[in-house]
Write a protein that binds this ligand. Structure first.
Ligand SMILES: C[S@@+](CC[C@H](N)C(=O)[O-])C[C@H]1O[C@@H](n2cnc3c(N)ncnc32)[C@H](O)[C@@H]1O
Length: 269
């Protein structure tokens, strides 16, 4: 027994991938006989899946905010809860008046899912995205180009290499403490990039650096939006000093606090 979650759906997606068709095709072509090479490809894909390789790395893509993103083991597989960052930026932008052309920085862009989505959803936005992993940036660049998004990418440690001013800084940083590795599912622990999962020292390290860096490169009245791990909201909110206005934390579909939002006070705010 190989305890693969959603086994039937996984099998269908693997078969569709090996035949280079969409899953719906399988239901209308049950007479289709597989060629030897297709059988071999399917056997290899099933072998990988039952040995823990995430489905998304085998089929090479994951949907995020209605678009497919290329994913490889160099990048975190985009998660549905991260879409709340996109929604929150769109909401704030809409309330501020659609005519503005915000400068947006995505820190730790991974596959580029947040940066590319914002570039496509906010016409006229100037979007920048950084990551410490050059391998991740290569995937993000491919996604931006395939989806027709204009994003400027840079290899950067948090916000250290920039002196520009932004109206939005967004990030889904690594937030798992090294000591919690055993709590992760095998698929995540063994196959997703550790640089994307683990905060180097304690869980809050990248948040601390993000808040300090954002204080330097956010324009007055600008917003910092960060995804947080379950149960981290109070500790992350404590990182903001009096120069920030803390907004209500957004919850995910299960009602868990997942997106911290703070506004940089300026002379007029
Ligand atoms: C949790 S993943 C998020 C990826 C993507 N934004 C998403 O939401 O799917 C964190 C990303 O931050 C990057 N990262 C880790 N430490 C970093 C640092 N010090 N500076 C910049 N990026 C970093 C990782 O390489 C990884 O791509």
């Amino acid at each position: 027994m190989h305890h693969v979650s959603n086994a039937r759906l996984s099998a269908e997606l693997l078969l569709a991938h090996c035949l280079s068709v969409e899953r719906e095709y399988l239901y209308t072509h049950d007479e289709r006989v597989l060629a030897d090479l297709e059988i071999q490809a399917l056997e290899e894909a099933v072998y990988d899946r039952i040995h823990g390789v995430p489905l998304q790395y085998i089929v090479g893509r994951q949907e995020f905010y209605g678009r497919y993103f290329l994913v490889s083991p160099a990048v975190l597989i985009p998660r549905p809860e991260t879409e709340h960052i996109v929604e929150a930026v769109l909401q704030i932008h809409k309330a501020a008046g659609q005519a503005s052309h915000p400068r947006i920085l995505d820190v730790g862009t991974g596959s580029g899912c947040i940066a590319v989505t914002l570039a496509l959803e906010i016409p006229g936005a100037e979007v920048f995205a950084g990551d410490i992993s050059e391998a991740a940036l290569q995937v993000a660049r491919i996604n931006a180009s395939a989806l027709g998004a204009s994003v400027s990418f840079m290899c950067m440690d948090v916000v250290d290499a920039t002196v520009s001013q932004f109206e939005f800084i967004v990030s889904n940083p690594p937030y798992v403490g090294r000591g919690d590795i055993h709590r992760l599912q095998r698929e995540v622990r063994e196959y997703e990039p550790h640089v994307a999962l683990f905060s180097p020292d304690d869980e809050l390290e990248v948040y601390r650096r993000l808040v300090a860096g954002a204080e330097r490169v956010l324009s007055a009245g600008g917003y910092l939006l960060m995804e947080i791990g379950i149960g981290m909201d109070e500790r992350v909110l404590e990182l903001f000093n009096a120069r920030w206005e803390k907004l209500p934390v957004k919850t995910d579909l299960q009602g868990l606090p997942r997106t911290v939002i703070a506004r940089r006070r300026g002379s007029e705010t």
